[in-house]
Ligand binder design. Structure first.
Ligand code: LLP
Length: 385
């Protein structure tokens, strides 16, 4: 909920922009860090969710490590002050120069997603005269009960090495002299709201770890990925996600004998602290009677609704009308899927009004594009208004 003071301050600003609530971000980061500390869990922030410099600086200041998806993300995290020894790097398609850079920086682990990748890491580490520390990213074949566009742990998807292949290839992996397999990793998907899914995850991990150890792997860590969801429907009800529950589940169900347990949350850390503020350009009614509100942002600022059919709650923060109307909110891009939401009830909305598109702190600004040569959206911070 934006205060009257903040709303008034926003009125004069050029739109669109991402507004970050730095107090909420701090409370969220503190909550995650405090609860993880109870169990001795290690937290990495999934940088892909949001790379705004002030957001990164705040998260880093609480001692988080970083989870990266590219060489440039590793570089960005290091430049933002994250300790390379706390950086993990996953991705199905790592380029040679990215692998080389990660090894040179001495990151905590390259989470490896295929046998061929492991061979290449082994070769590059050999050329550098170094040992690369890796985690085996295993595909556990779990249904995370989320939007199928963001589910990453089912047997047929592109992520991770199949468990059977790891078991079959154990000797081949152990023979790679420039690699130290220190842990196992999995990430089953994002926006997980059915927390019992994390119980299945623990059962799978328990079996996988026991089998890997019986094959002679000496594992120091288990990285269970990210995925904790947020409340897109009514963000005000749950501004800080339920870290306590997910940590309690992992703590009671994971039986991996004192190994370090790592998490890689993105959305749960930054999702609720950001919103896209956009201005109404025009109203019009289609020949079929649909009332459109055309705003000055689009899928180039926030692609989630167009790409995944994702829901974001939208509010008119300046209209003082008491009468209401049903609207479809569309963006400026030359794409028919560029629709933020359909048939929603707002107070009468007219040119110049400001709308907020909520819960957009994760995978909003970081997925922005320059399609139609739109400018990239900028950041505005609550504590600088
Ligand atoms: N670890 C790995 C290996 C990942 O691939 C991801 C997200 C995370 C951690 C963080 O997941 P989170 O805690 O944020 O759920 N763009 C999509 C989400 C893609 C997630 C990609 N991987 C969206 O807008 O919903």
């Amino acid at each position: 909920m934006l205060s009257k003071k903040v709303k008034d301050a926003l009125k004069g600003l050029e739109t669109p922009f991402y507004l970050y609530d730095m107090d909420l971000l701090r409370v969220t980061v503190e909550s995650a860090a405090t609860m993880a500390a109870r169990y001795g869990f290690v937290l990495h922030y999934a940088v892909k969710a949001n790379v705004d410099p002030r957001v990164l600086a705040l998260i880093q200041s609480y001692g988080f490590g970083a989870d990266c998806a590219s060489g440039n993300e590793v570089r960005c995290a290091i430049e933002a002050g994250f300790d390379p020894a706390k950086i993990v790097y996953a991705g199905v398609g790592k380029r040679d120069h990215e692998i080389r850079y990660a090894i040179e920086q001495g990151i905590f682990a390259i989470n490896c997603e295929s046998l061929e990748e492991m061979q290449v890491i082994n070769d590059i580490a050999g050329e550098l005269g170094k040992k690369a520390t890796v985690g085996l990213r295993i595909n556990p074949d779990i249904d995370p009960k989320t939007n199928s566009c963001i589910d990453t742990g089912q047997a047929d998807c592109k992520f991770g090495i199949s468990y059977e292949e790891v078991l079959r290839s154990a000797d081949q992996i152990k023979a790679m002299k420039n690699i130290i397999v220190k842990g196992m990793h999995l990430h089953i998907g994002s926006q997980i709201r059915e927390l019992h899914v994390f119980e299945y995850l623990c059962e799978k991990v328990n079996t996988i770890v026991a089998n890997l150890e019986s094959l002679g792997f000496k594992l120091d860590f288990v990285d269970v990925g990210g995925g904790l969801g947020i409340n897109y429907d009514v963000p005000e009800n749950e501004p800080v996600p339920n870290f306590a529950s997910v940590f309690a589940i992992i703590n009671s169900h994971l039986k991996v004998g004192g190994k370090e347990v790592h998490f890689e949350f993105g959305r749960a850390i930054v999702g609720e602290c950001g919103e896209l503020i956009t201005r109404v350009l025009f109203n019009k009614t289609t020949a079929t009677g649909r009332k459109l509100v055309i705003v000055d942002s689009s899928m180039t600022e926030l692609i989630r609704p167009a790409l995944y059919g994702s829901y974001h709650n939208i509010e008119n923060i300046t209209s003082e009308e008491t009468r209401q109307e049903r609207y479809t909110i569309v963006g400026t891009a030359c794409e028919s899927t560029d629709v933020f939401d359909e048939n929603i009830t707002l107070p009468l909305t007219s040119r110049g009004d400001l709308l907020t598109i909520k819960s957009a702190g994760a995978y909003g600004q970081s997925m922005a594009s320059r399609y139609n040569l739109h400018d990239l959206p900028r950041s505005v911070y609550s504590d600088e208004l």
